[in-house]
Design a protein around this ligand. Structure first.
Ligand code: SF4
Ligand code: SF4
Length: 497
């Protein structure tokens, strides 16, 4: 009799554990306004409530339930088994290069969609030179330019709802204001600040470990959500300048200077509630707001290095010498995902990336394996949800400019931005790694980092529980756009004129 009650008590506790997991899952799903997942949560809670009653009221159910729970717990232990670290990301961004980098070519900034759209002025000598060298881009670029800048008519999908359009426009202004102050040396830092102590003294000698600790703490205090440090691989620098923001046309096509030896790489988290409204205006407001945060953090940090007697270059929306994603991989912030963005630790692709180059000696971080690449092989949610079908669905990756990766179609993506007047963000919003880093999602992320079975199986479970389609959620109240537009379907590539 006593044994029966001990078994019942043990089973009841295990069942309670499962019940609590379902409660957490349901709570989080409702908080995230998931349309489908809470139904599974309620069903899971119902099943475990019934099982609890069975355990107490029907003694003959206990032995079969003990076997069932034993199997489930053994499965759980299986998911905790660590896997040997073989992910490409552990070798840093160089791990993504084909044939040891033999085919890799540095990126020319003039080739970037943004540089072509906003920096090439029709009728200018640069414009003629560029399209003489690249006639293959002329037709697309002229058609795209006719739609307007990177966002076409800003906020078009929400009828140009003015409060939100003004938020994005005003947030994009801060990087404009500080971009020409990105390059700092001790003399310029001393000259710019009456607090810097007059003439620039020599560099402050600091132990690299201590310097990194100070830099990370300071960057965090300024608002960085993730900070990593790496040595700068010169391959991740642009080869030539293509973005002209301050009329310095003599720089167009010039070689980008060799980078400084270290980079402090920073990610700022985008608010999940704002991103969840993608592709509507709140998501682009959030992007712009984060570009502004990044410009603020990196400009101050670069000035700090200058005031400490070192050189520094702030890397943000109005001044990029370096490609941010490979730099972030090297600095241990995350991995490259199917959607072409960084899948960052804790926040997934829901981040914006910035950096500060410096010659202050710093202790560097190691690249990480989050289990994202294997998860991406089976997941494909971003590719299925992409309204312009710009992301590949294949499991296998291809070679692109000497890099083995899933290649997005930047032209169709950018075209879509021009039609809806936002930066879309659907791929970012739908990604399971973008879910807020708390409770049940935290547990899942922990398992993904260390378990191969989790990396292989969880994409299917995620698709079952959350579905594969994207439906934009209502924006936070203060950023809500007019009702007739809220939740409205974005134009798809298929119904494009
Ligand atoms: S931003 Fe939008 S259009 Fe571009 S790849 Fe992502 S989902 Fe597709
Ligand atoms: S949605 Fe899925 S496939 Fe796409 S980046 Fe995220 S995890 Fe990878």
């Amino acid at each position: 009799m006593a044994n029966g009650w001990i078994l019942a008590g043990a089973l009841f506790l295990v069942n309670l554990g499962f019940f609590v997991l379902w409660v957490l899952f349901t709570y989080e799903s409702m908080r995230e306004q998931e349309p489908r997942a809470p139904r599974f949560g309620w069903a899971g809670m119902g099943v475990h409530a019934l099982v609890g009653i069975l355990i107490l009221a029907w003694p003959s159910s206990r032995v079969p339930l003990a076997w069932l729970f034993g199997l489930l717990l053994a499965g759980g232990v299986f998911f905790l088994l660590p896997i040997p670290g073989k992910a490409r990301s552990l070798r840093g961004a160089a791990g993504y290069l084909a044939r040891d980098g033999a085919a890799f070519e540095k990126m020319d900034e003039r080739e970037s969609m943004f540089a072509r759209n906003r920096s090439l002025r029709p009728g200018s000598p640069e414009y003629d030179r560029y399209y003489e060298a690249h006639p293959e881009h002329r037709e697309y670029d002229e058609r795209r330019r006719a739609r307007g800048g990177p966002l076409g008519r800003p906020g078009a999908i929400d009828g140009g709802y003015r409060p939100n359009v003004a938020m994005l426009a005003s947030s994009f202004e801060l990087p404009n204001m500080v971009g020409d102050k990105a390059r700092v040396d001790p003399a310029s830092a001393a000259g710019q600040s009456s607090y810097a102590g007059g003439d620039a003294p020599g560099p402050e000698p600091l132990d690299p470990e201590k310097a990194s600790r100070i830099v990370k703490g300071w960057a965090g205090r300024l608002g960085a959500d993730l900070v990593g440090i790496c040595r700068v691989d010169p391959r991740w620098a642009y080869s030539r300048r293509g973005e002209i923001h301050y009329g310095e046309w003599e720089s167009w096509g010039r070689e980008v200077p060799d980078p400084l030896p270290y980079a402090v790489v920073i990610a700022t988290e985008m608010d999940s509630g704002m991103v969840a409204a993608a592709p509507h205006t709140p998501s682009v407001v959030e992007s712009a707001c984060n570009y502004s945060r990044g410009a603020y953090i990196t400009t101050i940090l670069a000035q700090w290095f200058g005031t400490m007697g070192y050189r520094a270059v702030a890397e943000h929306n109005r001044h990029y010498d370096l490609l941010m994603v490979p730099l972030a991989v090297d600095a241990g912030l995350g991995e490259l995902g199917r959607l072409g963005y960084l899948i960052a630790d804790r926040f997934g692709p829901r981040v914006r990336l910035f950096a500060v180059q410096t010659d202050m000696p710093l202790a560097v971080d190691r690249p990480v394996d989050l289990g994202a690449e294997r998860f991406c092989e089976a997941c494909k949610k971003c590719a299925e949800a992409c309204p312009s079908k710009s992301l590949p669905l294949e499991r296998e990756q291809g070679e692109d400019r000497g890099i083995v990766r899933w290649k997005m179609n930047a032209e169709t993506c950018f075209d879509y931005w021009g039609r809806i007047g936002t930066d879309c963000c659907v791929c970012m919003a739908v990604c399971p790694f973008s879910r807020p880093y708390r409770s049940i999602h935290r547990l899942v992320r922990f398992l993904l980092r260390r378990s191969l079975p989790a990396q292989r199986l969880f994409p299917y479970i995620d698709n079952l529980l959350y579905g594969r389609r994207w439906r934009s959620r209502p924006a936070p109240n203060w950023a809500a756009f007019p009702k007739e537009r809220r939740g409205g379907r974005a134009p798809s590539a298929q119904n494009r004129a």
